[in-house]
Design a protein around this ligand. Structure first.
Ligand code: URP
Ligand code: ZN
Ligand code: ZN
Length: 480
């Protein structure tokens, strides 16, 4: 029996914070309370002056993703290991079938790739095309494989972009199955047109990237997806909300009573679009991701969304490409592989810019970095909670610890760090995964293949409520 006692810390859950020891046995939390006794042979961690929180859950990563003609630097081992160094214990990654590729084939491939994960992981599955087999396989994924969320890329024309027909069919099917539709909200047709127009203006460098993807391109897609979800009475989760126009679309829908949820990336909270005007191509290109970093002002709107409860989760969209890979777009910004890292830095960046500034309480921090994701994707309180019976996935957080973030010291395999040079106060001292110490004061002990695939059951009550609302709103037949 493996036991671990975390002694003398302040437990922080999304609903409250309190002084307590935490005892874990064989991968589960078995006691939370004051003055717990360590069983014989237990490992004891002194958490005096520190917080004990549920391990971070990153609901949006891309490890080992084949994308834009190349494959990300981090695979499922290096990426999840880097995540653990940053206090994360679970990621939700994406299975992305090519158009016409059977869903189950892509799912099997990704499951194989992910077997090397060091931390627990789960999968959203992207719907990139539509026919009856896709509809059938969505059912298999939900009912047999524990997938309860489907992703729709409204951008990336001529690749993985999902048209409105697919969107409508898939949203409807998701409702039937009790699964959550999610969207990458950018109008892919507009991006395609604007990329050509920006190129015609003679702009070929990374500064063209944000010009081709302005906020209204994101807002149009967010509004459209939200409207489709409203008509079909299905909840919807908008990934990487980057601008105030999209955040406003979500807030407006929520004010009307619609179940709309929004995710924000750590990068979008603290970086602005000046990064694309850096004179060095490699530096500017390293920041190319979609939606792009936004002009100053949008970041504050995203913080307010998190503070007000109109935005719910934080992620990274961790998708690392090295300088040689980014160089594919040396003469054409549209060919720069889209993606940036951050799985290792998210918690520290958000703590520093969110809690240290007074924007968030520690409990609100736990909500947006772990608990809300667990609730929205139906794995709470197994994940996202320091409570008896939950998985022993924990982070011991040192609020006084400091670190200067850098590509030179990161565990992620990428050769760039979008937070380079940022000194953060508040860092993980210990990460515990399945009751084992996997990160101890800078010493990463990630074990290849130790991570488990986490099944996420379909929703029932929320969706029943939505269906009932649909029933109530049905027009009464006019008898003539
Ligand atoms: O630029 C990004 N975000 N790359 C990863 C794919 C996606 O859109 O999430
Ligand atoms: Zn995306
Ligand atoms: Zn993504």
């Amino acid at each position: 029996m493996t036991s671990l006692l975390i002694r003398g810390g302040t437990v922080v859950n999304a609903d409250r914070a309190f002084v307590a020891d935490v005892l874990t046995q064989d991968g589960k939390i078995v006691a939370v309370g004051e003055n717990l006794t360590a069983p014989p042979g237990a490992t004891v961690v002194d958490a005096g002056g520190q917080y004990v929180m549920p391990g971070g859950i990153d609901p949006h990563t891309h490890m080992q993703l084949p994308f834009m003609g190349t494959t990300t630097m981090d695979d499922f081992f290096t990426g999840t290991a880097a995540g653990m160094a940053g206090g994360n214990t679970t990621i939700i990654d994406f299975v992305i079938p090519n158009p016409q590729q059977p869903l189950m084939e892509a799912y099997t491939t990704w499951r194989e790739w992910a077997e090397k994960s060091a931390s627990d992981y789960s999968f959203h599955v992207a719907i990139t095309w539509w026919d009856e087999t896709v509809k059938r396989d969505m059912g298999t994924l939900v009912q047999q494989e524990g997938v309860n969320s489907f992703k729709h890329f409204m951008a990336y024309k001529n690749a993985i972009m999902c048209d409105d027909e697919t969107l409508v069919n898939s949203f409807k099917r998701a409702l039937e199955l009790g699964a959550m539709p999610t969207v990458h909200a950018e109008n892919g047709e507009l991006v395609y047109l604007l990329q050509a127009e920006v190129a015609k203006m003679g702009i070929s460098g990374p500064e063209g990237h944000p010009l081709s993807r302005p906020p209204m391109v994101e807002a149009e897609a967010a509004n459209r997806a939200i409207a489709i979800a409203d008509v079909l009475n299905v909840p919807i989760y908008v990934v990487h909300v980057s601008c105030m126009e999209a955040a406003d679309a979500i807030a407006r829908a929520r004010a009307r009573g619609q179940r709309v949820y929004g995710e924000v990336l750590a990068g979008h909270l603290v970086l602005d679009d000046s990064v694309y005007r850096h004179p060095d191509f490699a530096t500017a290109a390293a920041h190319v991701m979609s939606p792009p970093f936004r002009p100053v002002g949008h970041q504050e709107a995203l913080w307010r969304g998190l503070q007000s409860g109109n935005l719910h989760t934080t992620a990274t969209d961790h998708c690392t490409f090295c300088a040689a890979q980014k160089a594919a777009g040396k003469d054409n910004f549209a060919k720069i592989p889209n993606g940036t890292g951050g799985v290792e830095e998210r918690l520290a960046v958000i703590w520093d810019a969110g809690v240290n500034t007074g924007r968030l309480t520690p409990s609100e921090f736990v909500a947006i970095t772990s608990a809300n994701t667990a609730k929205l994707f139906n794995i709470y309180p197994q994940k996202g909670s320091v409570s008896v019976g939950a998985d022993a996935d924990l982070v011991v957080w040192d609020p006084a610890g400091t670190k200067t973030l850098s590509a030179k010291t990161q565990h992620s395999k990428g050769d760039f760090n979008i937070f380079e040079g940022r000194t953060v106060k508040g860092i993980p001292s210990h990460t515990i995964s399945q009751g084992e110490l996997v990160f101890v004061q800078g010493d990463l002990r990630a074990v290849r293949g130790k991570g488990r695939y986490i099944k996420r059951p379909a929703f029932s009550s929320n969706f029943t409520a939505a269906a009932l609302r649909a029933e109530a709103l049905k027009p009464t037949a006019v008898k003539r």
